[in-house]
Design a protein around this ligand. Structure first.
Ligand SMILES: *Cc1c(COP(=O)(O)O)cnc(C)c1O
Length: 349
C-alpha cells in the first residue's frame, strides 16, 4: 500500500509549526571568509581554540557524513547523542497528554523514559517469542493519536535484527512516523534502512558514534530522514547542541574509517569466539545469536550469577526483569583480554 497522501505536517505539533526558531546571527556570515570581525556573540576574543561558539549546523561534519553515507546534508541532523535526537522527535511530533507512541519491549529503555518525560502515552506491544515485532498487533494498537513507532534493529537487549519484511510492512502501514534505531547496524549483515529513505516519507533512521565508532564519550547521535522532517527538527533543536570539541573529534575519527572497520571486524571475531565458548558453560542454558556488539545469554539464576561476577570484578547487565528476558544477562563484547577474563571467571562459578 503506497502512501501517496502522507503529509508530515499533519503530524507536527501546532506550537512547533508556529514557533520562530532561535537564530544565531553568526549563521549567515560565517561562510563569508577570513577577515570578518565577529563582535556579535559576546565571546571572549582571546584565542583558546574554543573561545568561539560552535557551528550550530555542524556543516563540515555533516558534509563528511554525507559523503560517507551517500545521504544529502539536508537529510541529516546531529544531536548530543542519539538520546537527544530521540527526544527531539518526541518534542516535534508528540503533544503531551494527548499523543502516544508504540514501543516493543524488551527494547532500549530510553524510548519509554522519553515518553514519560514528555508526558506522552506509551503503548507497549511485546515482541514475539522469537524477538520479532508482532506486526498485526502493532498496527491494530495504533490510534489516530499514535505518532511514532520505535523499532530498534538490531535490538537491544535481544541482539537480533527484525525481519526486513516485517519492518517494511510496518513502515508502509503505520499511520505515523517510524523511527528505526540503528545504533548497532555496523555489527550486522543487514542493510541499513537509510537506503529506503527515498521510498518512505515517514521514515526516520538514527545512528550513533557511541558503539562501532568508539566515541560514546563525545556524545554524537545522527538522524537521517526526509529534508522536510529534518527541517522541522532543526526548528526546535538547541542551537549549539553539538559542541566544538565533539565536532572536531568526530571529524578526526571519520578521517580514518578504515580503523573503524578494523575494530568492528575484531569485535565480530571476538563475538563469534565468545558465542562458542559461552555455550560450554554448564549454567548457561542458551546463548542467543547476536547481530550486535553484545551477547544475551539465559542462565540458571541471573541475579546470582550477576552478583558472583561483580564479586569477581566484572560488571555485566542483568536483564532478568525485562519481558521475555527472565534469567538473561547481557555481555558486551570487550577486548580479547577482557573476554578471556569473563570466560575464565564464568568457569569458576
Ligand atoms: C547505545 C544505544 C544508543 C546510543 O545512544 P547515544 O545517546 O547515541 O549514546 C541508542 N540506541 C540504542 C538502542 C542503544 O543501545
Amino acid at each position: 500500500m503506497a502512501r501517496n497522501n502522507f503529509d508530515v505536517l499533519n503530524l507536527v505539533r501546532d506550537n512547533v509549526k508556529r514557533l520562530k526558531p532561535y537564530a544565531s546571527a553568526r549563521d549567515e556570515y560565517n561562510e563569508m571568509g577570513d577577515g570578518m570581525v565577529f563582535l556579535d556573540a559576546n565571546e571572549n576574543p582571546f584565542e583558546t581554540s574554543v573561545n568561539r561558539y560552535p557551528d550550530p549546523q555542524q556543516i563540515h561534519l555533516k558534509q563528511k557524513l554525507s559523503r560517507l553515507k551517500g545521504i544529502p546534508v539536508n537529510q541529516i541532523l546531529l544531536g548530543n547523542g542519539s538520546d537527544e535526537v530521540l527526544d527531539l522527535v518526541f518534542r516535534a511530533f508528540c503533544e503531551p497528554k494527548q499523543d502516544s507512541v508504540i514501543t516493543l519491549p524488551p527494547t532500549y529503555g530510553m524510548y519509554s523514559v522519553l515518553a514519560n518525560i514528555n508526558d506522552v502515552g506509551n503503548i507497549s506491544i511485546k515482541l514475539t517469542d522469537t524477538f520479532q515485532p508482532n506486526v498485526a498487533e502493532i498496527l491494530n494498537a495504533a490510534t489516530a493519536n499514535t505518532k511514532i513507532l520505535f523499532l530498534c534493529t538490531p535490538n537491544n537487549p535481544t541482539s537480533n535484527s527484525f525481519e526486513a519484511e516485517s519492518v517494511e510492512k510496518l513502515i508502509k502501514n503505520f499511520n505515523g512516523l517510524v523511527v528505526i534505531d540503528e545504533a548497532y547496524i555496523d555489527f550486522s549483515n543487514q542493510q541499513s534502512c537509510t537506503t529506503r529513505l527515498q521510498d518512505f516519507p515517514n521514515l526516520i533512521v538514527t545512528q550513533t558514534m557511541s558503539k562501532a565508532y568508539g566515541m560514546a564519550g563525545v556524545r554524537l547521535g545522527v538522524c537521517f530522514a526526509s529534508a522536510q522532517i529534518i527541517a522541522i527538527m532543526n526548528r526546535i533543536k538547541p542551537p549549539y547542541n553539538v559542541n566544538e570539541l565533539t565536532q572536531r573529534r568526530a571529524m578526526e575519527r571519520l578521517e580514518n574509517p578504515k580503523m573503524v572497520v578494523e575494530e568492528v571486524h575484531s569485535i565480530l571475531n571476538q563475538r563469534a569466539w565468545l558465542h562458542q565458548k559461552l555455550k560450554e558453560i554448564p549454567f548457561i542454558e542458551h546463548v542467543f545469536p547476536s547481530d550486535a556488539n553484545f551477547i544475551l545469554v539465559k542462565v540458571d539464576n541471573a541475579n546470582l550469577r550477576h552478583k558472583q561476577l561483580i564479586d569477581k570484578g566484572i560488571v555485566v547487565r542483568n536483564r532478568t526483569r525485562e519481558p521475555l528476558c527472565e534469567n538473561c544477562l547481557r555481555f558486551t563484547v570487550g577486548t580479547i583480554e577482557e573476554n578471556r577474563k569473563l570466560l575464565s571467571n564464568l568457569k569458576t562459578l
